[in-house]
Each structure stands twice: as structure tokens, then as C-alpha cells.
Design a binder for this molecule. Structure first.
Ligand code: ADP
Length: 327
């Protein structure tokens, strides 16, 4: 992914890339991601060190995608219905149908968790395939292809999980058309996550959003987004904390997540800088400056959910700064 700009591929480029990929396979860890980062709906995201999917890919001579799912989630093996399949079918077309892919997906990120399960499969597949092909495609090409997987999962092409999954760290999607992705440097951050075991489908969580907003709310929101980006770049934890506020989406979406307000209150009381819904939920994430606080925040999350009849998982992790990793 050294090259960032799209190049038009000649038949010779394609043939050389395919010839050199035969007989090889590539395994990657595709990380989970937290999209939106509270105030940055559809434009901000960060990559996590845990959980991540493991994917292995190799070339096959027919222009098709064969998928092996290693999980208990009953995900589709039909490539047109699997979010890893659709981007790879697009890549096959760009390869003039000269080859196809066989892919094995060991899914660790639960689908519908709000932790970028679909993005990990969509992005991991194309990054691994591109590695086999000697980086024939640019980073933006890969994001474009992977977004087709997101469209399958949620009905909308969005890159706020795809971009951090591929690039690592915190990313800003300034624009989708044309694609304009910016890496935002950040100070060390600990991320504590609770994933209540209920499914919130991204598509449903989008349906309930208001389509129009008040100017006074918009002003508050863009103040927070600018504050968050500035805080991350300056390493100003206080500013990050003040800016982790969402007046547009959270008030609507949080009704889908049991005990959301209580979790948030208890986590901040335990020392978290702030946090909110991860992607479209149901996972809730909190940011902390240090590991000790991150574990106190985890305890707070556990206490709240222990009082409900909902089972849950928690994670304490850090920001993955390298994105999809080659094994
Ligand atoms: P998340 O925020 O965890 O990515 P989404 O609701 O966006 O959750 O995506 C999950 C949806 O995508 C589920 O309906 C799932 O069945 C579907 N899906 C299809 N293929 C995959 C895959 N390879 N990995 C994850 N989800 C997939």
C-alpha cells in the first residue's frame, strides 16, 4: 500500500501480478474498530488491538470467490452475501477476470457488535489479496472495494470502520466522494469496551436517526469534532474529554442499548475521559489515559451489566497503530 493514488492497470501489470502470486498464500489479522468516536458520526474511527479476525487467502484459477467461515455465527458462504466476498468480486473484475480467490475467515469479532466486524472482513480480504498481488492496487482502491462490503452490511457505503482497519490509528474521512482520508495522530489511549450480547443491526440503527438537525445542535457538534481532532493532535487529554459529547446521534440511538446511561455515568465516575456507543452499538467504549483507570472502568461496566439479565463481554485494549497486520 505504498502507492496512495489509483493507477489504471494494464493487461501486462495484471498478468505479472497474478503470475507472481500463484502458489502463495497470505494470512492477516484484521482489527476491530470503533467508528464515530462519539461526535464524529460517519467520519471518525479508530483501530483496536483486540479483537481481530484472522484471514488467509490464496489465488484460484477461476474468477470466483470461495469462502470458508470458521465460526459459530452461520455467516453466508455465498460471496455475493458475505461482506468479504463482494469486495473480492470487485477486485476480480478489476483483474479482468483472470483469477479468483479462496479465503478462510476465522471470525473473532462478533457480527453486529458495533466493533467493525463487517469492515474487518471486507478490508482484511482486499488487503491480503493485494499483498499477494504485489500491491497492485492503491490504498484508496482498497478502501473503495471494501466499502462495497459495508454497503452490503448496512445499505450505506461508509469508510469510518474501513479506513482505521486498513491504516490503523485514528482516521478522519473528510469526504467519500472523492475519497479523502486523513490519519490523526493521537496520544496513548486505553480503550475499554463492553459488548452486551444483543444484536443491533447497523441498518436498523441508521433507520431511526432523524434526517434533519437544528443549526444550534450542528454548531455544538462541529465544535466537539474540531475539539476532539485538535485534542488528539495536541495530546491534550482534557480537551479530548470535553469534546467526547454527541448531541445528535447518541440521544436517539442509546435507547437501543440497555443500561447505556448508567454505564456511561459509572465509567466517567471511575475515571474514564469519556466515550459512548461504538459504531451503531450495542458495544459501548470508553477512553482512558492509563491502564489502571481502564481496568477500573471495566469493573464499572461489569457491575452495571451484572445487575441486568443480559450476558456481556468486556475488553481492555489499546489503539492499533498499524491496521491490518500480516502474519
Ligand atoms: P458490525 O458493526 O459488527 O460490523 P454490521 O451490522 O455492520 O455489524 O454487520 C454485520 C452484518 O453483516 C450481519 O448481518 C452479518 O450477517 C453480515 N455479514 C456478512 N458477511 C459477514 C462477514 N464476513 N463478517 C461479518 N458480518 C458479515
Amino acid at each position: 500500500m505504498e502507492n496512495e493514488l489509483s493507477v489504471s492497470l494494464s493487461a501486462t501489470n495484471i498478468k505479472e501480478a497474478i503470475d507472481s502470486a500463484w502458489g502463495k498464500q497470505c494470512t492477516v489479522h484484521a482489527p476491530g474498530t470503533v467508528a464515530n468516536l462519539v461526535c464524529g458520526f460517519d467520519i471518525l474511527g479508530l483501530a483496536l488491538n483486540d479483537p481481530s479476525d484472522i484471514m488467509t487467502i490464496k489465488l484460484i484459477d477461476k474468477p470466483e470467490v470461495i469462502i470458508h467461515n470458521i465460526d459459530e455465527f452461520n455467516l453466508p458462504t455465498d460471496p455475493k452475501k458475505n461482506v468479504a466476498g463482494v469486495p473480492l468480486l470487485d477486485m476480480i473484475e478489476r483483474l479482468d477476470n483472470q483469477a479468483g480467490f479462496e479465503i478462510r475467515i476465522e471470525k473473532k469479532i462478533k457480527p453486529g457488535s458495533g466493533l467493525g466486524s463487517s469492515a474487518a472482513s471486507a478490508a482484511g480480504g482486499v488487503v491480503a489479496a493485494n499483498h499477494l498481488l504485489g500491491n497492485l492496487f492503491s490504498r484508496n482502491d482498497l478502501v473503495q472495494m471494501a466499502m462495497l462490503g459495508e454497503r452490503l452490511a448496512s445499505g450505506v457505503k461508509h469508510a469510518d470502520n474501513i479506513a482505521p482497519c486498513i491504516m490503523g490509528g485514528v482516521t478522519l474521512i473528510r469526504s467519500i466522494l472523492p475519497l479523502d482520508i486523513i490519519s490523526i495522530p493521537s496520544p496513548p489511549l486505553y480503550v475499554t469496551i463492553v459488548h452486551p450480547q444483543i444484536e443491533v443491526r447497523t441498518e436498523d440503527a441508521r433507520q431511526i436517526l432523524r434526517k434533519q438537525i437544528l443549526l444550534k445542535d450542528a454548531i455544538k457538534q462541529w465544535g466537539n469534532i474540531a475539539g476532539l481532532v485538535a485534542g488528539l493532535m495536541k495530546g491534550d487529554y482534557e480537551l479530548i474529554s470535553r469534546s467526547l459529547e454527541d448531541v445528535l446521534i447518541e440521544p436517539v440511538r442509546s435507547i437501543l442499548i440497555p443500561a447505556f446511561a448508567e454505564v456511561k455515568y459509572r465509567c466517567i465516575e471511575a475515571g474514564a475521559m469519556g466515550g459512548g456507543i461504538s459504531g451503531s452499538g450495542p458495544s459501548i467504549f470508553m477512553l482512558s489515559r492509563d491502564e489502571t483507570t481502564a481496568y477500573k472502568v471495566e469493573d464499572a461496566m461489569k457491575k452495571v451489566y451484572a445487575d441486568t439479565n443480559i450476558s456481556f463481554y468486556t475488553y481492555v485494549t489499546t489503539v492499533n497503530t498499524s491496521g491490518v497486520k500480516f502474519v
